[in-house]
Design a protein around this ligand. Structure first.
Ligand SMILES: Nc1ncnc2c1ncn2[C@@H]1O[C@H](COP(=O)(O)OP(=O)(O)OP(=O)(O)O)[C@@H](O)[C@H]1O
Ligand SMILES: CCCCCCCCCCCCC/C=C/[C@@H](O)[C@H](CO)NC(=O)CCCCC
Ligand SMILES: [Ca+2]
Length: 572
């Protein structure tokens, strides 16, 4: 469609092709001046009249005018990614008939070209997440945009933990295109468990079976960040900003995401998308839970306390390496929007279908040919053992735990930090805050993997693994010094339908100590740590983890190139 359009007193030539809407100023002597071009995919909505939406909706009725709303990118200043804002332009037409044609064609264009745009969303708001502003953030920033885009939302403000997960597992979800969580990583994790669980239920698949070929989830998940830690939002969008996230949801962006299943004794324990960490990161979480009243600062406090406690733990790690020809955690690349490695993985993971909306996770195709003989065994004493399906970039660590990890390549990165001098470990931690390579240290190794097994003790004797490494001399010496002592956890796990109740009693720290089991004044430091699984403490230390490539899809597109930080070579 093409016609003259007016913006104020200036005349423009408006053109709508299949993919873009552009308007060019017609200057003196019919000279074409400046063209502004908006991809149809970025159009948020079209309204008759001269309309404004934010901060409050206002409309001036006029039968020859229409307003186009679209995504506008602005630099985020202090944060590093691009912020998305609502751009708007008000046009006047020579006649009402022409105005109606423009609005009809523009609306039809984005409906045709953007099939993943949601029309109905189920929204869960955690009113207590982060700074307890979830409700206000949703009502003032996200809801007006959804209304403008014509999305109907069923909103549930949660009254208890796990309400969102249970709703997704049990209630009728007919007609919803996606689920939005307003909260932090904990709230996202609830929704993730609900969506994955529901999909497997409907497919008749058993999640407790560690080698099950899980079904990819048809419902998209959107995150409106309103938590203390919004790592998943940051790592998949590049900024923590409710308006940016709402706009990604509206235009139906679709970012596949790898998910790691965690099993213990053939029972599903949890799913993870960001950090599964034993040792330092487990201890930081356990320590921070006791200081919840500190808010987000609790992690800094806990990090310092745990660092000073100078702990390391024995463990046996088995891992199944991913194909090194496809990518490497040390290749200094970054997974950005439109990532090649992830796109090639889609073809590898789902060879039978190029239709991303009806994908069935072909886990067997990832694992064909994997035998027990392909597993690698490593035993020793570790400061931390971490597995992450994505970079885990977050404001604390702009490049993340594993800067070259991919969101959707069907692999995770296993990071082993051996027992080391405390200052060396501090250097490792500190490098996360800059672009220095945290893997370029003699006591750190990183492997791209498809699965891992971890045991806190070396009780098992298996001869099926092809590589057995000796513990480092430091680890061997430390191990001799320290006697094995089981943590006095009493676990009572009872299953009630989909709900798992855990009660755990922790041993009190020995008397006459500083109270944080520091390893200096406290005589008995614990000999096992706990697993931090996306911010939740797992009740088991011995676990089996498998990465399920592209199991869920988020309303996101990965970090957009241009403003993204690149891993550097500079050294501390
Ligand atoms: N109404 C509620 N009352 C209590 N807890 C809730 C409620 N709704 C959700 N939750 C739980 O609160 C936990 C934390 O929520 P969320 O992630 O939104 O905030 P957060 O401040 O970032 O928390 P965290 O720092 O623990 O990630 C989630 O695990 C979720 O299960
Ligand atoms: C001397 C400076 C030291 C600085 C060290 C910085 C290291 C930062 C690594 C960042 C890793 C973030 C991993 C994300 C984990 C989330 O799934 C989880 C849930 O929100 N958060 C935590 O467990 C919260 C746990 C946070 C641990 C720090
Ligand atoms: Ca991955």
């Amino acid at each position: 469609m093409e016609s003259s359009l007016w913006l104020g007193n200036s005349r423009y030539r408006g053109v709508l092709t299949g993919w873009t809407f552009n308007w060019t100023r017609i200057g003196n002597k019919n000279r074409h001046d400046k063209t502004i071009s908006v991809p149809v995919a970025d159009v948020v909505g079209v309204e008759e009249g001269r309309v404004s939406v934010l901060p409050h909706k206002s409309a001036e009725d006029s039968d020859k005018d229409f307003t186009v709303f679209y995504v506008k990118r602005v630099s985020s200043g202090s944060s590093r990614g691009l912020l998305w804002r609502l751009g708007q332009t008000q046009f006047s037409c020579p006649s009402r008939v022409l105005r109606d044609q423009w609005t009809k064609h523009l609306r039809a264009a984005f409906k045709t070209h953007c099939p993943l745009r949601p029309s109905r969303l189920l929204v869960f708001i955690n009113p207590l997440g982060g700074k307890k502003k979830g409700r206000h953030i949703y009502d003032s920033l996200a809801a007006p945009l959804f209304e403008l885009a014509g999305i109907s939302c069923h909103v549930i403000v949660t009254e208890r933990a796990n309400q969102a997960r249970d709703h997704l597992l049990k209630k009728d979800l007919t007609g919803f295109n996606g689920v939005v969580c307003v909260g932090g990583d904990g709230m996202f994790s609830e929704v993730l468990h609900g969506v994955i669980g529901r999909t497997q239920q409907e497919a008749g698949l058993c999640e407790n079976e560690p080698s099950a070929v899980l079904q990819a989830c048809p419902l998209h998940i959107g995150i409106i960040p309103a938590g203390s830690t919004d790592c998943v939002c940051f790592a998949t969008i590049g900024v923590i900003d409710p308006v940016t996230s709402a706009l990604h949801i509206i235009i139906g962006d679709s970012q596949p995401l790898d998910v790691c299943s965690v099993h213990h004794s053939s029972t599903l324990v949890r799913y993870s998308v960001s950090l599964l960490g034993y040792g330092f990161f487990g201890d930081v979480l356990a320590q921070s839970e006791r200081k919840r009243w500190m808010g987000p600062l609790r992690y800094d406090y806990a990090g310092m306390v745990v660092y000073l406690s100078n702990r390391s733990y024995p463990g046996v790690v088995h891992f199944l390496p991913a194909d090194p020809m496809l990518s490497s955690p040390r290749d200094k690349t970054r997974c950005l929007s439109g990532c090649d490695v992830c796109s090639r993985s889609t073809e590898r993971l789902f060879p039978q279908s190029s239709d991303s909306s009806s994908l069935c996770s072909s886990y067997l195709s990832q694992n064909s040919g994997d035998s027990e003989g392909d597993w690698v065994r490593v035993e020793g004493r570790f400061r931390c053992v971490s597995l992450t399906c994505m970079s885990c970039s977050c404001p604390k660590s702009p490049l993340g735990l594993s800067p070259s990890a991919h969101l959707a390549d069907g692999t995770g990165d296993l990071i082993l930090v051996w027992d080391s001098h405390p200052l060396g470990f501090l250097k490792y931690l500190y490098r996360h805050t800059s672009s220095q390579d945290q893997f370029d240290l003699p006591f750190v190794e990183v492997h791209r993997v498809k699965a891992i097994r971890f045991s806190a003790s070396s009780g098992e004797e298996e001869d099926v693994y092809k590589e057995v490494r000796e513990p480092s001399p430091a680890a061997a010496a430390a191990e001799e010094e320290e006697e094995e002592e089981k943590r006095g956890y009493e676990e009572d796990i009872s299953r009630n339908g989909s709900q798992q109740h855990l009660t755990r009693k922790r041993p009190q720290p020995p008397k006459a100590t500083c109270g944080v089991l520091c390893g200096v004044c406290c005589s008995k430091a614990p000999t096992t740590s706990v697993w931090n699984c996306d911010g939740e403490i797992l009740p088991f230390t011995d676990i089996l983890c498998r990465i399920h490539g592209q199991l869920v899809r988020l309303y996101a597109r990965g970090i957009e190139a241009g403003t993204a930080v690149q891993p550097g070579n500079d050294q501390m």
